[in-house]
Design a protein around this ligand. Structure first.
Ligand SMILES: Nc1ncnc2c1ncn2[C@@H]1O[C@H](COP(=O)(O)OP(=O)(O)OP(=O)(O)O)[C@@H](O)[C@H]1O
Ligand SMILES: [Mg+2]
Length: 809
């Protein structure tokens, strides 16, 4: 019965009949793709919004779609409370002790009752421990706590890192990134910054722009320095000093400095860097569900963090290839104050930008709020799905009705009266689903959550959960390699000399001194090779250019230089100098490196070595017939495959849907006629009403095709009609013809349903990009495609520090 799991269809609940107050049996399936046009969840407190949101996040995770969930209230940590055994002991640490004592129970007894409640609740929604396990294994769940070490801490400092060159080249994205960062900093200082008139904003954004443009990152200390002595003298046509005098800038710098020095702020510097990539995926490329708990922060801190986060997410999506399938979800549990219609907090622009742009990249936003008045209308009109729960006031209802009317609910004319009546009838956990991709709205009851929902977690509970899944804490990347020769450090104690006189045929370069200091400089040598290499492969559709700079130390001996010893070095070739400072000393230089012909040999060796040892290694997936892009990591390649698989699945599902819609639609028409026939006969025979179970095939087809064309209630009517026909057949000879026809049609619908289920099962096997075995492909450059720029002697400056150690200067 759970074949819909494979279809990118989210099981959110079951259709609910308001008139009779009964919930049906057919699952309400929501097409994951529809989420790319975003969703809002609106309902009064206790209406079941968070329960619905949790259900949605669970479905996304089961489908391998990563989620970032912003949690201002502290409820969403419940997503980590998943107990496949449904054992009382699992529940015990998380039950509310107060609830136990009001019930006059021990905590253990209460836990046991809660476990039982969950088991029964899940069972009544056709779910069990196996599905909990499936959820748990589908993604990596973690609670992140910016500004606190209770959960996984997040360092916001990296957000001042210069964005990638690709982002810098995109003028609009670059400007957005600068704006989001500048505003978030000012938010934290409590400065209400208007980009057009605030001089603080203008100064900080100009400083960011200036350093980032040059590819330089800033930290808070650097920013404080830059505010005091800015790298720019003019802003627009204005003289900076006139616009923002040094004395006032000093006051701003002090404010930032006090922030930096405050004891609480240290926690903002700890932990992994704020990065959308690592909140959405593990280092291995597995999807994550990252709960960003901000309940412990002050309002200003929350705004600061949310703004930084949204800026980071915008930058991330822009770097993704376009897609029509759902790639990731951004959920916010309580939107109050972040996208209001009248005020303009920094988060609002960013949310509006996301609502407009995220769709093309497959990022679906799900925004939840108690109060429809909190939502900016511009935001609403960009939203394809509305989940409307019980509303408190007439004003709220009217506001929602206005919105629905404006959004053109359903195909037909908008019946405000009928809709108002529907809204008035909604109860706890009962929502109206309005989806622009569907022909009509539908009322449904949310399914039971797989996660245990005891409500907000305490800091201590978050700490326990985080420690329990310590593996979820990402490791920091190793520091970048030191670009200077290592042996030089070891040799630092050896005698130094004046600059050796070498064959003029030898090219020599000097690394510029970057670390200022006192004390004499000593230069140590290595041989560097710089080359431009073109990798071309028609088979793998590759045509890329790569720069290689390797350094190796020449030694005295039969093999003076072996490129296999070489290490890649990160130097800016354009910045190399031809001459050292006048008073520098020089370390030893192996004899072979003093002869020019040796360099010609090393250049030839370098070329051969680059061709063989520096082949481009690519990953290949046989199932998906895809090859990784040059420089793409295995994890990133798997992430891409996952999305590729999802797109393909959605395409296949679309085809299946079209095919079955057509045939099932025809069957429906004929069965309606048969049903009428049988009803007539039944009425004549004065039969009592017979309840019957749905055929599995019919139910699945109905649930899946949903309200797209074939309503599931029609399918269940069909099923019932057929059963009734069967009953009639036993009882009444004179309805034989009608009943035979109906039974035949029913059999065909069943067969159709089974074929559909089989097609679905076939799709399933094709989408596991995580488990896919990849092989590697080597692309070697041809000799003629390797352009050796030079093989030269590179001198790097060192200085002996006060502690007697020698360090790169
Ligand atoms: N899907 C669900 N499965 C099981 N229990 C649920 C579900 N949805 C809601 N509940 C129960 O109902 C209670 C209230 O629902 P929920 O927290 O979702 O309301 P809400 O609309 O988010 O309220 P608020 O606006 O105060 O946050 C939950 O604490 C939980 O006990
Ligand atoms: Mg809630």
């Amino acid at each position: 019965m759970q074949d819909y799991e494979k279809l990118g269809a989210f099981y959110l609940g079951r259709e609910h009949d308001l008139a009779s107050g009964t919930t049906g049996t057919a699952p309400l399936l929501y097409d994951a793709k529809d989420l790319t046009t975003h969703a809002v969840i609106i309902g009064m407190t206790g209406s079941g919004k968070t329960g619905l949101g949790v259900g949605l996040i669970e479905e996304a995770a089961i489908d391998g779609v990563p989620v970032i969930a912003i949690d201002p209230k502290g409820d969403l940590g419940n997503l980590l409370l998943t107990f496949p055994d449904l054992a009382a002991a699992d529940f015990e640490p998380w039950v509310d002790p107060a609830a136990a004592s009001t019930r006059g129970k021990t905590i253990a007894a209460h836990a046991s009752a809660q476990a039982e409640l969950w088991r029964k609740g899940l069972a009544s929604w056709n779910q069990d421990g196996a599905r909990i396990l499936r959820l748990k294994e589908a993604a990596e769940f973690g609670i992140f706590t910016p500004g606190s070490t209770a959960g996984i801490p997040i360092s916001v400092l990296s957000s001042f890192d210069a964005p990638s060159a690709a982002l810098r080249d995109d003028a609009e994205a670059f400007a957005e990134r600068i704006q989001a960062t500048a505003i978030s900093i000012l938010t934290l200082l409590g400065i209400d910054a208007d980009p057009l008139s605030s001089r603080e904003y203008i100064l900080i954004s100009n400083i960011l722009q200036h350093s980032w443009q040059a590819g330089r990152s800033l930290d808070l200390a650097g920013l404080i320095g830059a505010i005091q002595s800015p790298p720019i003298q003019r802003i627009g046509v204005m003289d900076l000093e006139a616009m923002f005098p040094a004395q006032d800038r000093f006051a701003l710098a002090m404010q930032l400095n006090n922030l930096l020095a405050s004891p609480g702020f240290a926690t903002w510097m700890q932990g992994q860097a704020l990065s959308a990539r690592s909140l959405f995926y593990t280092d291995e490329g597995r999807p994550r569900v990252s709960v960003l708990s901000i309940a412990h922060l002050t309002d200003a801190e929350r705004m600061f963090f949310v703004t930084l986060l949204l800026g980071e997410i915008i930058a991330w999506i822009r770097a993704q290839p376009g897609t029509s399938s759902l790639r990731a979800v951004l959920y916010m549990d309580e939107l109050f104050g972040y996208m209001p219609p009248t005020a303009n907090p920094p988060s609002k622009t960013l949310f509006l930008t996301l609502l407009k742009q995220a769709r093309a990249y497959g990022l679906g936003l799900v925004l939840s709020t108690q109060n429809p008045v909190d939502l900016d209308y511009k935001g609403l009109s960009n939203t394809g799905t509305w989940f409307i729960g019980r509303l408190q006031t007439e004003r709220d209802k009217n506001r929602v009705l206005d919105g629905l009317e404006g959004a053109g609910a359903g195909g037909g004319p908008f019946d405000r009266g009928a809709m108002a009546q529907t809204l008035a009838g909604l109860g706890k956990r009962v929502f109206l689903l309005h989806n622009v991709h569907e022909t009509e709205p539908v009322v449904f009851h949310t399914r039971w959550a797989l996660s245990y929902l005891p409500g907000p977690l305490t800091r201590e509970q978050i700490r326990r959960l985080t420690r329990a899944s310590a593996s979820a804490v990402p490791v920091e990347p190793p520091p970048a390699a030191d670009p200077t020769p290592r042996a030089a450090v070891d040799q630092a104690a050896t005698t130094t000399t004046a600059r050796p006189v070498l064959d003029p045929g030898i090219r020599q370069y000097f690394l510029p001194v970057t670390t200022p200091g006192d004390g004499p400089l000593t230069y140590y040598a290595q041989v560097v090779g710089a080359a431009e290499v073109f990798f071309v492969s028609r088979t793998h559709d590759i045509d890329v250019q790569r720069a290689f700079v390797f350094g190796a130390e020449p030694v005295d001996g039969p093999v003076a230089l072996d490129w296999d010893w070489a290490e890649p070095i990160a130097i800016d070739i354009a910045a190399l100098e031809d001459q050292p400072p006048a008073d520098a000393a020089f370390g030893p230089l192996a004899a072979p490196a003093r002869r020019a012909p040796a360099y010609r040999g090393w250049a030839r060796d370098y070329k051969t070595w680059l061709r063989t040892a520096q082949a481009l290694t690519l990953y290949r997936s046989k199932t998906f017939k895809q090859v990784s892009a040059p420089g793409e990591s295995e994890a990133d390649f798997r992430i891409r495959l996952q999305q590729f698989a999802r797109e393909r699945r959605d395409l296949e599902v679309g085809k299946l849907r079209a095919r079955y819609e057509k045939s099932a639609g025809r069957l429906r028409e004929r069965l309606r006629a048969a049903e009428r026939d049988v009803e007539e006969q039944k009425a004549q025979a004065n039969q009592k009403k017979i309840e019957s179970a749905l055929s599995i095939g019919g139910a699945l087809l109905g649930a899946f095709l949903g309200r797209k064309r074939l309503s599931s209630s029609t399918v269940s009517r069909v099923g019932t009609a057929a059963r009734r026909a069967g009953y009639a057949a036993r009882e009444m000879r004179d309805v034989r013809e009608a009943q035979v026809e109906a039974a035949e049609l029913q059999a065909r619908l069943d067969a159709e349903g089974e074929a559909f289920a089989a097609d679905v099962a076939r799709l399933e096997g094709e989408i596991d990009a995580q488990a896919e075995a990849l092989d590697t492909v080597q692309v070697r450059a041809r000799s003629s495609d390797i352009d050796i720029r030079f093989v030269a002697l590179l001198w790097s400056p060192y200085r002996r520090a006060a502690d007697g150690r020698t360090r790169p200067a």
